[in-house]
Design a protein around this ligand. Structure first.
Ligand code: NAD
Length: 476
């Protein structure tokens, strides 16, 4: 099966105006699995014009109707979950069960935001005189440019499109070129569910060409990006120059603080499962695992036991627990960070090499004694590797947790309320999970602080970022 992903502009699928296409690769084999269209400037202009024309219509569509379309789309997505999951695994590599979970959770996210569409409330502000009425209205910001990554190609798109549509905004999105066909299913189900032409448009092509065109375009009123910190900073500064609102969901280097009083087996099991999900290509993946000295050896033994159980193989095989990395680019980046750390003195506990396979497979890896200056302890590895270290006091653990410029997610394992409260107050993070890893549910805020960005991609906070406040004051 070869996929052929076209552009979705003004409600219709079509090739690029000059017919240009790029290849897509199956990470499990390295072979070509399909193509995607490469948008020209003319295509980009048509997509923005379509979003601009559709905006007044969608803004004025009653919230109940917007919600009904989104709910129908969620139901269609659930019906097609198995079919789209197979495409997702083919182009991105994750195990088929994880792909199906992503499809089902994307339908849940659409449903959640459909319901939130009906709960966009403003305020009535008490006036100073009885003949005055003062209203703070919440109105959609306008057409949005959305850039989404390949690690969750479907759900990352839904996390932007869902709240934007709920708020009454139209969207020009650029889903990832590494995994273009599975997010295209979102445009299909929304269109079949009755989304008017032009409300959602999808462009693929050369990412800088598309962002350099869309962000400065006067019709675009907001920019939302999920991806790496360096690209996020470039796009945020371009948006700043053109006074565009932004949501930035960037990288992380999540610390996990495991205290002496924790349930060691439970902590090791849940950290191993969460770390190696999606081959570690997750912005909230636990990476720096800091363990209190008294339990360090026991915890590491337990963690290794869990990691050694992970079956790595092609995502399409139901026995696979961890699939390949997405691309040659990523396997080289992760491999280099690990090799550098080992050559600088880190101890390799397990993994540390590619697998003997034609695709982009890398063994689940644990490192300890990593020198603090090693790049892997400072830059997001975004791959199947965890870094173990010991601490004595809570102050030491919090200092290490806060050492980096990242501040997306943090985790802790402790049964002490006192320790939990200190962490709540002192860890610089957008999300803190204690004794489990259940982040990312549609109803929970999702976002970071510091270099990890700002704005939220979950909960009612996500809809807020697509609204502005208009004050109306009227005297009778
Ligand atoms: P990358 O920074 O080149 O690309 C990340 C994403 O940004 C891709 O989807 C890409 O298409 C897009 N992108 C890149 N340049 C762009 C531009 N100028 N305009 C618009 N979009 C652009 O990195 P990569 O090698 O694909 O992925 C690795 C890094 O990306 C990781 O280290 C991680 O930090 C980050 N990442 C983060 C997330 C997340 O969920 N926060 C997801 C995927 C990747």
């Amino acid at each position: 099966m070869l996929t052929d992903t076209k552009l979705f502009i003004n409600g219709a699928w079509r090739p690029a105006s000059d017919g240009a296409r790029n290849e897509v690769h199956d990470p499990a084999t390295g072979e070509v699995s399909g193509h995607h269209a490469v948008a020209t400037r003319e295509d980009m202009l048509e997509a923005v014009s379509a979003a601009e024309r559709a905006f007044p219509l969608w803004r004025d569509t009653p919230a109940m109707e917007r919600a009904a379309i989104m709910k129908r789309a969620a139901a269609l997505l659930r019906e097609r979950a198995a079919e789209v999951a197979a495409i997702l695994t083919l182009e991105m590599g994750k195990p088929i069960a994880e792909a199906e979970t992503e499809l089902r959770s994307s339908a849940d996210i659409l449903d959640w935001f459909a319901e939130e569409a009906r709960r966009v409330y403003g305020r009535v502000i008490p006036p100073r005189s009885p003949d005055v009425m003062q209203l703070a209205l919440k109105q959609p910001v306008g057409p949005v440019a959305a850039f989404t990554p390949w690690n969750f190609p479907v759900s990352q798109l839904v996390r932007k499109v869902g709240p934007a549509l709920a708020a009454g905004c139209t969207v020009v999105a650029k889903p990832p070129e590494d995994a273009p066909a599975s997010p295209a299913a979102i445009a299909e189900v929304l269109s079949e569910a009755g989304l008017p032409a032009g409300v959602l448009n999808l462009l693929y092509g050369n990412p800088p060409d598309i962002s350099n065109f869309l962000i400065p375009h006067p019709a675009i009123r907001k920019v939302s990006f999920t991806g790496s910190v360096p690209v996020g900073k470039q796009l945020a500064s371009l948006a700043g120059r053109h006074m565009k609102r932004i949501t930035m969901e960037l990288g992380g280097h999540s610390p996990v603080l495991v205290f002496d009083d924790a349930d060691i087996e439970d902590a090791a099991r849940s950290i191993a499962a969460f770390k190696f999900r999606n081959a570690g290509q997750v912005c909230i993946s636990p990476t720096r695992i800091l363990v209190q000295r008294g339990i360090y050896d026991r915890f590491v033994r337990q963690l290794r036991k869990e990691v050694d159980k992970i079956v790595t193989g092609p995502g399409i095989d139901p026995a696979t627990v961890m699939g390949p990395l997405v691309s040659q680019r990523r396997i080289e980046a992760v491999g280099t960070l690990i090799d550098e750390a080992v050559s600088e003195g880190a101890t390799l506990l397990t993994g540390g090499e590619r697998m003997d396979h034609s695709g982009f497979f890398y063994r689940p890896t644990l490192l300890e004694n990593v020198p603090v200056k090693a790049r892997i302890l400072n830059e997001e590895p975004f791959g199947p590797v965890a870094l173990l270290a010991q601490f004595d006091t809570i102050e030491e653990a919090v200092t290490e947790a806060n050492r980096l410029a990242y501040g997306l997610a943090a985790y802790a394992y402790t049964t002490s309320i006192r320790i939990s409260q200190i962490l709540q107050n002192q860890v610089e993070t957008g999300m803190l999970a204690i004794n489990h890893t259940a982040l990312g549910l549609p109803e929970l805020p999702l976002g970071g602080v510091k270099d990890s960005g700002f704005g939220s991609e979950g909960g009612s906070e996500a809809v807020e970022t697509y609204l502005f406040t208009k004050l109306v004051t009227q005297k009778s």
